[in-house]
Write a protein that binds this ligand. Sequence first.
Ligand code: ZN
Length: 330
Amino acid sequence: MKIVRKPERVTIVVIPDADQSVHRFTVQRRLLVSIPFLAILLLLLCALFFGLYTNNHIVKNELQAELSAKQAHYAQLIGEKEQTIRKLQADIAGLSEQTGEVMDKMEQLEQLEDELRGMTGKIEAESEPDPLKTASSSPYIHNRFVGGDPYPLLEKDTPALTSTTKQTLLSLQSEMDALYTDLSDMKKEVVALQHLQEITPTIWPVSSRTVTSRYGFRKDPFTGIASFHSGIDIGATTDTAVHSAAAGTVETANYHDARGYNIVIKHGNGIKTWYMHLSKMLVEEGDQVTKGQEIGYVGSTGRSTGPHLHYEVLINGEKVDPAPYMNSSS
Ligand SMILES: [Zn+2]
């Protein structure tokens, strides 16, 4: 077997022209074979670099576009935030103004409370003036009288105004709590007064205003001898309604030879009223009666010369002049 070995080197002959000398290049055979591969590799590298460059360019453009869009978005956001801040500042100024108005209303309420307290007979001692209520040092905006140059709320003043408004609101809250307590106390006083009014005889026990005999010494109509008359006699036609002069409990309702049909009503605070010579009684012992309730009718039962109501007022068991307990208007 014969092995033919290819030569290691290859000679390339270049013939430029017929009259010029021939150029010979001897190159390694392996090198000659690798040239096409190197060329292909080079081409591939070029393609790769071109691709990378093109891609980078696109990415860069995209990023720039994205950046511009974001910048525009943030500019819009900042604009919106600034608008919101301006609106909030305006709101704070408005809130401060409203707080001032509420303070004024609170002052009016407190004045009204003082007046009411005066009406219930208990005027509180003058209290220390509240510095927040002093108009000259009033820290909040008052626009009651509007005019002059406009002074917009500066950003640096906003926290101070907010803080002042907050403090004013806190102060208002504590004042309102105090007012609520005062008004609750006053309500109790009014209820007590209403009860006192209810249990105190103040009305005429009959519609008639004909007083036939007053409280005091008089000549007795039966004996002609001077004697003490312990009540008021009011002349009225038989069966005229008799009303309880105040709310209370019927202590006794019975017949007596001298007093006839008579009713004693206990009102509390040691006060009692007594109604005598009735033709008929509408209540009995133990009944609760309201002020003005019909308890019987005018008559002439017992020691009586004609139809009339003998009316007495007793304070702690002592018979007093009923006149001061009979309000002419009722
Ligand atoms: Zn009498």
